[in-house]
Design a protein around this ligand. Sequence first.
Ligand SMILES: [Fe+2]
Length: 353
Amino acid sequence: MGDSGRAWFKHCHLLDSERPEEICTWSNHLLQVLHLSIRLHSSLHSQELAGDLGQTYDSNDTLTHYEKNSMGGQTLLVVGDLSYADRYPNHDNVRWDTWGRFVERSNAYQPWIWVTGNHEIDFAPEIGETKPFKPFTHRYHVPHRASNSTSPHWYSVKIASAYIIVLSSYSAYGEYTPQTLWLQDELPKVNRSQTPWLIVLMHSPWYNSYADHVMEGESMRVMYEWLLVRYKVDLVFAGHVHAYERSERISNIAYRVVYGGCRPVLDENAPVYITVGDGGNVEGLSKNMIEPQPEYSAYREASFGHATLSIRNRTHAFYNWHRNQDGYNIVADSVWFHNRIWTPYSEILPSLK
Ligand SMILES: [Fe+2]
């Protein structure tokens, strides 16, 4: 991380409490357009690219589209799976370094918020590496202690009018575990007058109608979904599935094993779930979809791209998804989101059958 990154994290910490006058400065600066949510997969195809900021064509295309977007994103939310170094012999850490150089053109100048993905685990006992997450956590520091987290894999940051909670799909989330205790303590702290927009990031999506990674997020959903509904989280972003999908505003928290009844329903207290695992990577797109498209799935498409979220005020946020095959400012999916606290009515007109 460069000095600018460290400087930003200092500001991020200041947003919490230390110097309110700086909070105002940053909030006013960021409030107008807060761009969120992009996931980048990157890896080297060949040695020829090693000296030239290694990346796949698609990864570079995504980042270029993000940079050329006239909306001018100010923060990037990276929902996990960064370098794909673990796909190379002995988890070649040079790939981590080349990825760092590839993305430096952006994250040297604006904050990137890191989420832990499965390609960050780097657990390789066959070569003596028995400590998970080492290359990732050594390179990409996060301000987890500022939110009383004991781990860099789950934490929160405030950015302008958004309160962003980062969760870890690859850390324990059972009852009594550190991540669960932290989340239970964290959600009641969110002051929706200060930060009206409550956003959760994770890697493995809870709602996914592609054939890849089916049900991988289900156990975490069972544990945490009721909490996100209780505290009226506005949006949940995830990656992992190499495609794009946006859900209706739904929940599925009534289920109990003893009486069944498991079915997502429209729920105005629930988040919208968005998968943006479409950054472009060596593994390619997830093209196989479960048919027919579930009613809770509002839009899905297997294309590389990125998404932007422009928080306009405490009631409205404008969301867009952009495809790499389109021009820089072309929008493929677009929706206005209404804040769950300040405008709690639904954006959804039809009901699920
Ligand atoms: Fe993944």
